[in-house]
Design a protein around this ligand. Structure first.
Ligand SMILES: Cc1cc2nc3c(=O)[nH]c(=O)nc-3n(C[C@H](O)[C@H](O)[C@H](O)COP(=O)(O)OP(=O)(O)OC[C@H]3O[C@@H](n4cnc5c(N)ncnc54)[C@H](O)[C@@H]3O)c2cc1C
Length: 486
């Protein structure tokens, strides 16, 4: 058994005691441990099943290239993430995506078309017909749905913005974020900000404009003369951030102070009530181990729940376990020299389903973050599968690389084979907030109320983006610290 760190109280029956045990050392678990330390709660024990912390965040060095099969950047829209970066002293290491990567492309009729980001570019855009452009202009006059209406993202967008916008903006966007489909996702839980805009402002366009105005005024009042709030940009025109050396930099900064209290290669099995609070059982190569904790926070993927034990706790395990997670394969291509004469002036491109491509989209990683490739080179990551085409993830590595090459040849005119290739398979990539998700989360809330001191976190609650995970971690740390104080 790995030695108990910091010599925290061992009882006569040899069961170690901790105030807080966090299970799962992805960004959610690590960030909560950090925020707890800020709240004066030390000695939080982290249990992680894998050999390394980080969860979905992984950064690999490949012959001078940097490949991130999971998340590669984050939208600059989370004040909690901004605070975390500042508290970790990482401000100097933040990498803001280069201006060259500002555009996003969508495939239409087999060609890459820029997604319009402003009213003038919308008018000129070839991505949408005049009918859709007029429809967008009418959006502020579409009445809001009742607050208790349950709608899929597809229903919401059809009602407010029309079919072509759904097909050529929302469908590819959802493939690029959730690896999902608009007809599956619940707008209220998966795209809470959109739902809020409609509910509170009656219109997405009017709401976005009002919020931008308010933020500008607030930034000015706070002494930022330009009125550029430097922090929050809602929507796809927001700045994309990462770090020098990739997102691993964030994980290292979070994990280093926890080193003494981070136990890796230790699989959590379950929890039951004990006199102390909860008894946590986990297992490593040496066998089973038990720890008593006043607070237990789980930040595990939902699909692991049916195999966990919750003795005497009424957790809807099978329902949590039924949250869909599509498979996604990330295929990396590295070129020492740019393989195309075309100017690559964007973050990458996404494919709408109507275009019948075999890939979901491709990120031009080194356009936004030049250190992702050696000078003069190009790093790209293409995603295959998702809810749209899970069967495509069955291809062998060789087939996968051939398909990606053919698609990039058709869409980007690339003729040269890559110098460096990597394939990473996520068998269960991202939780889908499908219809009924909100009601399921209410059952989880109720289970938490019945089991004071047991907290359920992770990316199937409160949002899948890194910013959302960190926002929730900050809230959880606050709740846990309050619980320990009371
Ligand atoms: C392919 C892909 C691309 C993405 N791209 C982006 C992006 O560009 N930007 C963005 O903002 N977000 C992106 N996301 C989403 C984001 O990465 C995740 O939502 C976030 O990293 C989840 O963090 P987490 O800590 O909640 O969960 P995880 O990272 O899944 O961490 C959970 C941890 O629990 C551990 N664990 C599991 N079972 C056990 C057990 N029994 N015992 C102990 N430990 C266990 C796991 O090993 C893991 O370390 C992407 C996700 C994927 C899959």
């Amino acid at each position: 058994m790995i030695e108990a760190s910091e010599g925290r109280g061992e009882r006569a029956d040899d069961v170690e005691q901790r105030d807080v045990v966090i299970v799962g050392a992805g960004v959610s678990g690590l960030a909560t441990a950090h925020f707890l330390r800020n709240q004066g709660v030390d000695g939080v024990l982290l249990i992680e099943g894998e050999e390394q912390a980080g969860g979905t965040i992984q950064t690999r060095q490949l012959d001078g290239f940097l490949f991130e099969p999971g998340p590669n950047s984050m939208l600059d829209n989370s004040p909690a993430m901004k605070r975390l970066i500042g508290q970790l002293g990482l401000d100097d290491r933040v990498a803001v995506a280069a201006d060259a990567a500002k555009k996003r492309y969508i495939v239409r009729d087999g060609r890459l078309q820029p997604l319009p980001m402003s009213p003038p570019s919308l008018i000129k855009s070839r991505l949408f017909s005049w009918g859709t452009k007029l429809r967008l202009a009418r959006e502020p006059f579409v009445s809001a749905a009742p607050a208790d209406a349950e709608e899929t993202l597809e229903q919401f967008v059809l009602r407010r913005l029309g079919r072509e916008f759904l097909q050529y903006a929302i469908d590819p966007f959802v493939a690029g974020t959730f690896a999902g489909r608009p007809e599956d996702l619940c707008v209220r839980t998966a795209f809470r900000r959109l739902w809020d805009l409609e509910q509170h402002h009656g219109s997405l366009i009017r709401g976005a404009m009002q919020l931008a105005k308010q933020r500008k005024a607030a930034a000015k009042a706070a002494g930022n003369a330009s009125g550029d709030e430097g922090e929050i940009q809602a929507g796809p025109s927001g700045k994309m951030l990462s770090f020098e050396g990739g997102l691993q930099t964030l994980i290292q900064s979070l994990a280093t102070p926890c080193r003494e209290n981070l136990r890796t290669s230790l699989a959590y099995l379950g929890v039951r009530r004990s006199d102390f609070g909860y008894r946590v059982t986990s297992m490593d190569v040496d066998g089973a181990h038990e720890i008593d904790a006043r607070v237990v926070l789980l930040t595990l993927p939902a699909h692991t729940y049916p195999s966990l034990e919750f003795d005497d706790i009424n957790m809807p395990l099978d329902e949590i376990g039924a949250i869909p997670y599509p498979p996604v394969t990330a295929v990396f291509f590295g070129y020492h020299q740019r393989p195309t004469e075309e100017p690559l002036d964007g973050f990458g491109f996404l494919t709408p389903r109507l275009e019948s491509r075999r890939i979901l989209g491709t990120l031009w990683n080194s356009v936004g973050f030049p250190d992702r490739a050696p000078e003069g080179g190009l790093a790209m990551t293409t995603y295959v599968g998702g809810m749209r085409q899970p069967e495509n993830t069955q291809w062998s590595d060789e087939e996968m690389v051939d398909v990606v090459f053919e698609e990039l040849r058709d869409l980007m005119g690339i003729q040269l084979r890559p110098d460096v290739v990597a394939v990473h398979r996520w068998t269960r990539a991202i939780p889908q907030y499908v219809m009924g998700h909100r009601q399921l989360m209410e059952k989880v809330d109720a289970a938490e109320v019945e089991a004071p001191g047991l907290f359920i976190g992770g990316n199937f609650r409160g949002g899948i983006s890194l910013g959302d995970c960190v926002t929730r971690s900050e809230e959880l740390a606050e709740q846990i610290a309050t619980f320990l104080r009371d």
